[in-house]
Ligand binder design. Structure first.
Ligand SMILES: *Cc1c(COP(=O)(O)O)cnc(C)c1O
Length: 548
């Protein structure tokens, strides 16, 4: 008896790292592997690479998407169109494991593949594209198609994912749901316990102790929900009755609400986002506590090591930056035929095309922006996709393309935003612009990539930036954190602030005070390279979520 007690104590004291299974719909590991759409996937990929570098016992669970996310190209009239391709990869390793999930009462077999090739901790990806299935397209398109398909995909990820872990012999102590997509994994954990004789209530309580949840989107509509009868029809409910489902996630059933209630602890992805998330979900009773853990990036993937190495040497630092800018200019030439100028200020911007990110904001006042572009004071480079079903987003893209035609040579739009474009832009721009309608940008990791490459952030105080910004020292803020009563008021306020800071501070510093500029680059790198490097995030997740 005494011996047991000591053993128990010493176990606690050694601070052993619990084994974690990390569930995510998408992983951005490499441009060649089209299993990601945007920020969520890039973050997941960076996290699993960090886990490998820093030896954390984490495995990923995901989906092997046959077509992945859209290739979004621009037609001759300047309109975006979507194009999907079947990919055949050679980076997937066999595991010999197959699991099955009943979807619409039909047995769907999922083949489990393993990916380790990109310097990442193992990620197990499930695939329904095998001859056993009559419907082998469930894992076809990431965020494609309609509600039923999304539920089917999430059943593969969650229910299939837990079953895969069992068959692989991996015994996680913590199940981390990155976004609500993975919630059905919790249903499977409950089902397993009920099979062993626990009541639903007991199984739910026991499962809660194993689950942590990360919420990402501060836009209410972005938090996925499904009609309860559809979940029942699909068979996603497992042991839940319709009534019990409603109790967990409301009606329609909200995946975020369900995950908040089925976890021991949750987190938002930056300090400000934490406040927003707590406000957003304050009326959800019996939910887990939400804490803030700011996202980070994987430096070897995104940051030019020469920038970090030359940080103390102003001349070298500037030369290395100019080398990166030249690389970007060559890349743009190759893609568009247009040659940008090395000695003209270059502002980069790449974001998903959605209204709150206000990609076109800088073009609002023609009298201010046009002379800057025409008189070689400023160059702008944009990239970003709209969701294939989002016509408003597509109109934003079309407008950016129109601007690139109107100001040919000074404004660039790069079609089909991906990791290659992202890396070029966040290394080779001089300034990184970010102007979301606060507080709707959860984190914004592209700004971290820029900052560590000595590309100065010029941003609204949203997402991660309030935590890092030293105005006039490592970048600039504009808007002072203002949140207007109406979108119109906020847009006007932010636009005025954008132009003022651009004209009074950014442009003069670039052309008239190179010394200060380089000092700011240096400060940008030094003030972010540890605080926003993935090792910090891993430590925080262990401390504040997994071990909490
Ligand atoms: C870094 C990155 C993102 C995420 O950046 P945000 O700042 O959140 O927009 C999205 N897509 C790609 C291709 C990236 O490289």
């Amino acid at each position: 008896m005494k011996k047991n007690k000591t053993a128990g104590n010493s176990k606690k004291k050694t601070n052993k790292k619990p084994k974690v299974a990390y569930f995510c719909m998408e992983y951005g590991l490499d441009t060649s592997l089209r299993t990601y759409a945007g920020g969520l996937g890039i973050l997941a990929g960076d996290y699993l690479k960090g886990a490998k570098d820093h030896k954390y016992p984490i495995v990923g669970i995901g989906i092997k998407w046959k077509q992945g996310y859209t290739d979004q190209l621009i037609d001759k009239k300047g309109q975006p169109y979507d194009s999907y391709h079947n990919y055949n990869y050679d980076c997937f390793e066999e595991t010999g494991v197959k699991v099955s999930v009943d979807i619409r009462n039909i047995k769907v077999v999922c083949k489990v593949w393993k990916v380790t090739k990109f310097g990442n901790a193992p990620i197990y990806m499930l695939d329904t594209d095998i001859p056993e299935n009559s419907d082998n397209w469930i894992t076809g398109q990431l965020y494609g198609w309609f509600g039923e398909e999304r539920i089917a995909q999430e059943m593969v990820l969650g229910i299939g994912g837990v079953r895969a872990l069992r068959k692989l012999g991996i015994k996680p102590e913590v199940y981390h749901f990155n976004e609500g997509h993975a919630l059905f994994a919790g249903f499977e954990l409950i089902r397993e316990k009920m099979e062993k004789g626990l009541s639903l209530k007991e199984a739910k309580e026991a499962t809660k102790k194993q689950v942590v949840f990360t919420t990402h989107t501060p836009v209410v509509q972005g938090n996925e929900s499904h009609p309860i009868d559809k979940l029942m029809y699909m068979g996603a409910n497992l042991n839940f009755t319709a009534k019990q489902l409603e109790k967990l996630g409301g009606s329609p059933f909200n995946m975020t609400v369900g995950a908040l209630r089925l976890s021991k602890k949750s987190n938002a992805v930056a300090g400000l986002h934490n406040k927003t998330a707590n406000k957003m979900w304050k009326d959800v009773k019996n939910r887990s506590e939400i804490v803030g853990i700011t996202n980070c990036i994987h430096l070897p993937t995104w940051v030019d090591p020469e920038m970090i190495e030359s940080v103390e040497n102003s001349e070298k630092l500037w030369n290395n930056h100019q080398k990166n800018k030249k690389n970007l200019i060559a890349f743009v030439k190759e893609r568009t035929g247009i040659t940008l100028k090395e000695d003209v200020l270059l502002i980069g911007f790449s974001r998903r095309a959605v209204p709150y990110k206000r990609s076109n904001l800088i073009f609002t006042n023609k009298e201010i922006i046009e002379p800057l572009l025409k008189e070689n004071k400023l160059q702008l480079i944009f990239s970003g996709k709209a969701h294939p079903l989002d016509d408003t987003g597509k109109a934003i893209v079309a407008n950016l393309v129109e601007m690139s035609e109107k100001y040919k040579g000074a404004v660039i739009f790069l079609e089909n935003y991906d990791m290659t474009i992202g890396a070029h832009l966040t290394r080779g721009s001089d300034v990184w612009l970010n102007n979301p309608r606060r507080p709707l940008e959860a984190s914004g990791t592209s700004g971290m990539k820029a900052a560590m490459n000595g590309v100065l952030n010029f941003s609204i105080l949203d997402g991660w930036w309030p935590e890092a910004c030293e105005h006039g020292k490592n970048g600039w803020q504009f808007g002072d954190g203002f949140e207007g009563k109406s979108e119109k008021k906020q847009d006007k306020h932010d636009l005025d602030a954008l132009y003022k800071t651009l004209l009074d501070e950014v442009i003069p510093t670039y052309y008239d005070n190179r010394k200060k500029w380089v000092k700011m680059m240096k400060r940008s790198i030094i003030s972010t390279k540890d605080e926003f490097a993935v090792n910090r995030m891993l430590k925080d997740y262990y401390k504040k979520l997994y071990l909490a």
